[in-house]
Ligand binder design. Structure first.
Ligand code: NAD
Length: 297
């Protein structure tokens, strides 16, 4: 049986690893937070006490970490995963990071005869829990094809965007658009509320009108409009504001490299940065809490 090492059991990694277990996969897990490991062990995973132990006999390694620094420090260096995995192992990084870092890790892996792809995801914690994520892969076709059956256990849509790093470029373009759509949806809902409208009724109207978008369909930012979304849980447990700010920095850097104009993303970046700076703790809230920035007091 394929042995899968899963490292990074946060808001996304934990439900993704759970889906592998639901499909009877053999999963060995590691996270810096012991409670995160305990929860997965309860669900049937095997505990590893270090990343090196997690990957020692793995056929596939999946990482789901916050930033490029986390990814590079885990994979590279004397104690890095690249020097500890079996030669046949397939390495899949699902974190959202800059394409340059993904290429750097992937090329280093290749030099050592190892297979690596970037495979960032879209779909949020709801998609991770439901096993309906979109995986956006970058890498050699043979490696991408090897990854497909494993990723299909956690996702509904699998795309091969192009060469190493292309998955990250596609993901950053998508999240740049998401940042704009979430801010715009929040602004529209707050305008309706300020004029005495019911946000649920307003949401229903926009869902059937030309303003319809993913934020309204799956992730309404107004508390109480939808069940089981972060806005109805005090903006906890989703995609943190600080991670959206990381992705907007990635988007602006990606645009600067090719001289692309991104005025909408610039505005969104200013808004999310202001929101994070306004109150301590905002960085850890779900990104749909940008809704509160537009409230009329
Ligand atoms: P998170 O902060 O909730 O989880 C990250 C986990 O990685 C934490 O449990 C942390 O302890 C662990 N970790 C960090 N360094 C580690 C190391 N060296 N070894 C082992 N574990 C380590 O973040 P998240 O929301 O799960 O996001 C993970 C990635 O997925 C990010 O790049 C994010 O941008 C991306 N993403 C998130 C969402 C979302 O809705 N949350 C959606 C799509 C993509």
């Amino acid at each position: 049986m394929t042995q899968i090492a899963f490292i990074g059991l946060g808001n996304m990694g934990a439900p993704m690893a759970r889906n592998l277990l639901k499909h009877q996969q053999q999963v060995i897990v590691f996270d810096l937070v012991p409670a995160a490991v305990d929860a997965l062990v309860k669900a049937g995973a095997t505990r590893a006490n270090s990343p090196q132990q997690a990957v020692a006999t793995a056929d596939v390694v999946i990482t789901m970490l916050p930033t490029a620094n986390h990814v590079k420090s885990l994979y590279l260096g004397d104690e890095g995963l690249l020097t500890n995995v079996p030669a046949h192992c397939l390495l899949i990084d699902c974190s959202t990071i800059d394409s340059g870092s993904a290429i750097e890790v992937g090329q280093q892996a290749r030099k050592m005869g190892l297979a690596f792809i970037d495979a960032p995801v879209s779909g949020g914690v709801g998609g991770a829990a439901a096993g309906t994520l979109t995986f956006i892969m970058g890498g050699d076709t043979a490696d991408v094809e090897r990854a497909r059956p494993i990723l299909a256990l956690m996702g509904a849509n699998l795309f091969h965007a192009g060469a190493l790093g292309a998955g990250q470029i596609a993901k950053v373009c998508n999240n740049m658009l998401l940042s704009v759509l979430m801010a715009g949806t929040s602004e529209a809902l707050q305008l309706a509320i300020a004029n005495g409208l019911d946000p649920k009724v307003m949401s229903d109207i926009m869902l059937q009108s030309s303003g319809c978008n993913w934020s309204l369909q799956k992730y309404n930012p107004c508390p109480g409009v939808m069940d089981n979304v972060p806005s109805s849980n005090d903006y906890n447990g989703g995609f943190m504001v600080k991670l959206m700010n990381k992705d907007l920095t990635l988007a602006m850097d990606t645009a600067a490299k090719v001289g692309a104009a991104t005025p909408m993303a610039s505005a969104a970046q200013a808004l999310y940065r202001l929101h994070q700076a306004q109150q301590s703790g905002n960085g850890e809230k779900d990104f749909s809490s940008i809704f509160t920035l537009f409230a009329k007091h």
